[in-house]
Design a binder for this molecule. Sequence first.
Ligand SMILES: [Zn+2]
Ligand SMILES: [Zn+2]
Length: 185
Amino acid sequence: MNYNKNLIKVSSTNKFLSIMKIELSSFDDKITKFEKTFQPESLGLEEEGLVNPIHLQAKIIKEETGRVWLAGEIKSKAKLKCDRCLENFNKEIKKEIRLLFDPKEEGNKQEQGTFIISEDTLDLTKYLRDSLLLGLPSKNLCSPDCKGLCEQCGANLNITTCQCGSDNIDPRLEKLKKIKSKMEE
Ligand SMILES: [Zn+2]
Ligand SMILES: [Zn+2]
């Protein structure tokens, strides 16, 4: 596919607030394709664990009605810490982007994964940022069946086994049990 890499001008400032502005009505063609790569810092996302450059691939589709669609995909890679075993792991972050510029709309809103906007000059930065944040997992797991850490000795049960055994009662639980049975008396 032929993507026009020079179509969108990216300013060189560090401020992620407006690294990418598009004037939607300025597109004459029915379909315009483009792609762009950013550093996570330019979107203020370095603290979210994104390690790879963020890659955007999209097309702008102009309808005869005056509406303009921006549809594409944004991709990166994040270095995350597993919630269960606390090990670092890499995960590909991928999110579909769907944006509709509708001059008849009032204000901006989000509907079923589509950002609907009414202003012609679009600052893509916010939408890219929001999309990437939505693409991050809500639960960080190195694998769906991660065994986690032993609650008693802290061993990583994905790589080792321990002698704690599952029938031993956690002393903290034992205490709670006593309190509970006292309360029920
Ligand atoms: Zn894990
Ligand atoms: Zn153990």
